[in-house]
Design a protein around this ligand. Sequence first.
Ligand SMILES: Cc1ncc(COP(=O)(O)O)c(C=O)c1O
Length: 380
Amino acid sequence: MPSNERVSEVEERLASFRKEDIPYSRVLSSMCTTPHPLALKAHELFIETNLGDPGIFQGTRELEGLLLEILGKILHNPNVAGYISSGGTEANIQGVRAARNLMRNKIKNPKEPNIVIPKSAHFSFEKIGDILGVEVRRASLDDDYRVNVAEVESLIDSNTVALVGIAGTTELGQIDPLVELSELAIEKGIEMHVDAAFGGLVIPFMDDPYPFDFQLEGVSSITIDPHKMGMATIPSGGILFRNERYLRALEVETPYLTTRTQYTLTGTRPGTGVASAFAVLYSLGFEGMKEIVSECIKNTKLLVEEMRALGFEPVIDPVMNVVSFKTEKAERIKENLMSRRWVISTIRNPRAIRFVIMPHVTEEVIGDFIKEFKKVLKDI
Ligand SMILES: Cc1ncc(COP(=O)(O)O)c(C=O)c1O
């Protein structure tokens, strides 16, 4: 055992490194947030669990099943199959991988599969092209930054395995015309993956939710991340499929484990994300989540008002709690704010500064930010 002095030294050093991190109360660009207090308790209880070997962690596995049931209910699919992943990137990889594997013998040249995605897609799709050997074709956007369906159609050919739509784009929080995309996927006999990493736990709790999930017949898989608006502890992503068939397409044999096969991308994987997501979603329920989402949307409107008063116009009227404001000075603003330990992000097309109004971005945080922002405007 290390000496008491060494233990104290380690604790001090850890605390001092942690202090260098910028607190969430000054971060207006992250899609993650301070975990819900219930998530923290659950996380602690499951800290040593490993779902990579579910025959050992049978209770954790059962809990994952219950969480999937909750997510399946939110996404209108009682037959949902899937698992809790390391995040949206892994979930997107697995969604496309399942589609590729299932379509392998249906496309003209199995060695040259392609997918069609919106130009607004998250950069994880670049990794997907590289890892899976799938050509990634990018369709342009319309004036509202939604994918142009006619262009998606023109990019589909006899080697297309899937098209991708986004429910809550990373930069603008926009929702693609998923109804039309779903019809197109059915018509062409291909799979459809919806990246709802962010929007999946926002849209269902909005007034008049746009259909984005398994209600749409063409949708085969959905990315939905509890470690974003689900306030779970990191890592907690989600890949959900229409049915078990997709999981079978991902399986490999696992000779030395308690189970015969594995469909996940990572081997060892924590049960903490399962427990923390379950704790939040089960205890808050639909009404609790609705309250959280409506507060975020109210605060987004507040930010828009404040920014308009300072002469900044949103790129699009916010659809959810993500908003970007046009400015040629985006990079300078971001850097100046960073020097003051305030974090926002930028987008390039159009040039704009981007905000994500997570639960930690309260009315008070917005007030503090605007005060600082006025100083930045004088500086640059
Ligand atoms: C729409 C979308 N998809 C996927 C991802 C990737 O998620 P993660 O960072 O959890 O891998 C993000 C991250 O912000 C996202 O906004």
